[in-house]
Design a protein around this ligand. Structure first.
Ligand code: GDP
Length: 185
């Protein structure tokens, strides 16, 4: 599999919708900013809220456009609507490795997906803020075991120092691609 970013938006072979989910404050927006724009906004308190960002990448010589949706902070005040999940082929489910409750709520987010999302949705569990591992509350092994039990892909990231951010998104996109391309070719 060859990954590289392409600038042209023309001749897209695949368009994948991906949704960011997880508790407020875990770093969903910053992960997306880092991946789509290579930015980290030091002063953001919590999600400012774009609806989605796109990034076009090359996979196996195919042009794949990822449309990645952010909750825009909806989860703080209200339930996320079914429309948010509609058509999504992948979900990036984030928690904060320094906040145990955000990991304990992962099961609740999986239930949300079960209710609202396509049953074949591919899920990448992401333990964010790995730069703060000195105050970690969620051991890597605990999350890894949980992911394995639930059939999720798993990675730890830092949106702050860029660690594994590309791998998290590309890992998810390549699994979606593998699924879709075997169905259609
Ligand atoms: P969201 O509510 O899940 O979208 O979270 P945000 O992306 O708005 O981030 C919440 C807070 O965590 C902000 O203060 C970010 O600056 C901070 N943050 C996000 N990612 C990281 C990270 O990888 N490391 C550290 N140290 N802080 C982060």
């Amino acid at each position: 599999m060859v990954y590289s970013q392409v600038d042209l938006d023309e001749d897209i072979d695949y368009m994948f919708k991906v949704v960011m989910i997880g508790d407020s404050g875990v770093g969903k927006s910053q992960l997306l900013n880092r991946f789509a724009k290579n930015e980290f906004n030091m002063n953001s308190k919590s999600t400012i809220g774009v609806e989605f960002l796109t990034k076009t990448v090359l996979m196996d010589h195919k042009v794949v456009k990822a449309q990645i949706w952010d909750t825009a902070g909806q989860e703080r005040y209200q339930a996320i609507t079914t429309a948010y999940y509609r058509g999504a082929t992948g979900a990036l489910l984030a928690y904060d490795i320094t906040q145990r409750p955000s990991f304990d709520h992962v099961g609740k987010w999986l239930e949300e997906l079960q209710i609202h999302a396509d049953k074949n949705i591919i899920i990448m569990l992401v333990g964010n803020k790995s730069d703060l591992s000195s105050i970690r509350e969620v051991p890597t092994e605990v999350a890894k075991d949980f992911a394995q039990k639930e059939g999720l892909f798993f990675i730890e990231t830092s949106a702050l120092d860029s660690n594994n951010v590309e791998s998290a998104f590309f890992g998810l996109l390549s699994q979606i691609y593998a699924n879709v391309s075997t169905k259609h070719i």
